[in-house]
Design a protein around this ligand. Structure first.
Ligand code: ADP
Ligand code: MG
Length: 600
């Protein structure tokens, strides 16, 4: 490995210095980056108690000579650059020479390292920034750094740490990012003695994704490859229609560095504008490469953010490339199609079997051919009739049982027609009303589900073919904690091997094909704390909200009878004016407003 040198003050000052260690994951990040910079082909990371108690990173990289190792603990000591201009052709993750001294100043820091060619290794122990000892040690070529008692000497810092679970999630996410960036390096990640993932050297990114995120996710993405002079894009992007409620799985790299790039994130979201429903984020593992001179990595203390010299050029390139790929995947997708989602395959005409690993989601109304009606092939479904979607047929009209108000409250609106399958026009005494079918349907179902959840009477359907769901380790842990809650609300889910689950029964209102994406959304909501276990009523309400937004399907519109039934059901709810997200269910234009608009 190159010699470690202290940067001249002039150079050091030109580099945005700053506190890099804000939480345990930052330590892991710096150590893993150093291991990769040292050319490691194997990196083992272990931590305990969210990193508070211990973080250990061991590599088989080049190692350091004793003098270099001692020098590396000084501020601005680095072997990676010698002058500020070197930043323009940076080929390493590190360059500031700040990480090791910063970490060592706020922890008990033990470094063991051996260079090839030297007989003995060196062990250096630093406690709270004070050198305790330097001595020989036996170890294979490479470096091991153990950090414990993080922030013990800085209680103010310790107070800011979140729960072990949260800190652990950050560490896991961080190691994943580098494992994705370097598929050829073998990675092991161990939390509290348990393996989070262990991935041998992989020859492709897709393999690595499957290793650490699971096969199911790997099947939801497709390779992308594009180039324009001086710019290159590669990696994996989600199939059209496959999205997430959070950005956790929208991951971008610039010249192999995992970054938070607004430019790239927005370009991605924009590219999926027509391929995903509103509010959902694309899945992506996207590698953007360009001349290092065109990107500034030195704008954030933890180097998380980057800036491009030409944001517009990068943005345009990414959008063009991703759109092009999405178009290839959406053969004959009619642009005038009003749907927000272009699923790759049309929905099957009858849904007898749910293909394993089916990941496409259709959130908009299915075409009439795909309408699921009672009497479908899988399983006896005794609840289908009473739980039939609103307004599928007059025989099944049934306002929600509880909280039903006397019919007199139902407004006397005269049905006029339906526009775009979505908006129902009524003539009223005061003028006209435009009802948003989906919003109304969501309100009706929200109250129905909330009632069922409260009463503990969620009709459940057993699946002939259990739906497999593979999750990452943290999501799996989160789900495991909530299995009882879900069970009480119509889901029967069994753990079936590490991070692998089988959904064996579902609430009767849910299509089996929607189970997997819905569960992912739900686990996302658990993780974000939007459906928390503290207050059961609130949790139920959130569950119902999520269900109507994501999983309860809108039936085909039908005609006058169905639309009038929908109005009756809407006005039997407690809050007919809004959908569960607070948007209006209808708008009314009275005579006055109409005259004004027509300038009469
Ligand atoms: P930087 O990475 O910005 O150079 P660090 O403080 O992270 O600064 O590391 C200082 C120096 O210590 C590095 O430049 C490198 O020479 C050496 N070093 C750190 N970690 C390792 C490692 N795991 N293997 C070999 N050398 C290392
Ligand atoms: Mg470093």
């Amino acid at each position: 490995m190159a010699k470690v040198r202290i940067l001249p003050d002039r150079v050091a000052n030109q580099i945005a210095a700053g506190e890099v260690i804000e939480r345990p994951a930052a330590v892991v990040k710096e150590l893993v980056e150093n291991s990769l910079d040292a050319g490691a082909t194997r990196i083992d990371v272990e931590f305990r108690h969210g990193g508070r108690a211990l973080m250990r990173v061991e590599d088989n990289g080049a190692g350091m000579a004793r003098d270099d190792a001692l020098l590396a603990l000084e501020r601005h000591a680095t072997s990676k650059i010698a002058a500020a201009a070197d930043l323009d052709h940076l080929a390493s993750y590190g360059f500031r020479g700040e990480a090791l001294p910063s970490i060592a100043s706020v922890s008990r820091f033990e470094l063991q390292t051996r260079e090839s060619g030297s007989d003995a290794g060196t062990e250096i122990l630093v406690n709270g920034g004070r050198l305790v000892h330097v001595r020989d040690c036996g170890r294979p070529v490479g470096t091991r750094i153990e950090v414990s008692h993080l922030f013990n000497s800085v209680p103010a810092r310790r107070k800011f740490l979140k729960s072990d679970q949260t800190e652990a999630a950050h560490i896991v996410h961080c190691v994943r990012l580098y494992a994705l960036a370097c598929p050829r390096t073998a990675f092991t990640l161990i939390e509290d003695g348990r393996i989070v993932f262990r991935s041998p050297e992989c020859s492709t990114l897709a393999e690595r994704v499957a290793e650490i995120f699971g096969r199911q996710l790997a099947e939801a993405v497709v390779p992308i490859e594009a180039a324009e002079p001086g710019l290159r894009l590669s990696g994996l992007v989600g199939r059209p229609g496959v999205g997430r409620t959070t950005r956790h799985e929208m991951i971008v790299f610039v010249n192999a560095r995992p970054v938070d790039s607004r430019t790239l994130n927005y370009a991605l979201i924009e590219s999926y504008h027509e391929s995903l429903p509103k509010g959902r984020y694309p899945l992506a593992f996207l590698f953007f490469e360009c001349d290092p001179a065109l990107v500034d990595v030195n704008v954030h203390p933890a180097k998380r953010e980057v800036r491009f010299r030409s944001e517009a050029q990068v943005r345009g390139f990414v959008i063009r490339s991703v759109l092009q790929r999405l178009r290839e995947l959406t053969p004959g997708a009619a642009r005038e199609d009003l749907g927000e989602v272009h699923a790759e395959k049309p929905a099957p005409a009858s849904p007898p079997v749910i293909p394993v690993g089916l990941v496409e989601t259709r959130r908009v109304e299915p075409p009439p051919a795909a309408v699921v009606v009672p009497g479908r092939a899988h399983g006896a479904m005794p609840h289908v009739v009473t739980q039939a979607p609103v307004g599928t047929a007059p025989a099944r009209e049934r306002p929600p049982a509880s909280g039903a108000l006397p019919p007199a409250v139902v407004p006397a609106w005269r049905f006029v027609g339906l526009a775009h399958g979505s908006y129902v026009l009524f003539e009223t005494a005061a003028g006209v009303v435009l009802l948003d079918r989906r919003a109304a349907h969501e309100r009706v179902w929200f109250e129905r589900l909330r009632e069922q959840f409260r009463a503990g009477t969620v009709p459940s359907q057993r699946l002939l073919l259990p739906v497999p769901v593979e999750l990452d380790a943290i999501a799996a842990a989160v789900l495991l904690e909530r299995l009882d809650f879900l069970q009480a609300h119509g889901f029967e889910i069994r753990e079936f091997g590490r991070n692998f689950f089988r959904v064996e029964a579902l609430p009767a209102w849910m299509e089996p094909g929607d189970a997997e994406p819905f569960l992912r959304d739900l686990v996302g909501a658990f993780r974000e704390g939007t459906v928390s276990g503290r207050n059961l009523d609130l949790a139920r309400e959130e569950l119902a909200r999520l269900a109507v937004a994501k999983a309860v399907r809108l039936p085909p519109p039908g005609g006058e009878t169905e639309m009038r039934a929908l109005v009756a059901q809407l006005f039997a709810t407690r809050s007919p004016l809004t959908n569960p997200a607070g948007r209006p269910t209808y708008i009314e234009l009275n005579h006055g407003e109409l005259s004004r608009r027509f300038q009469k």
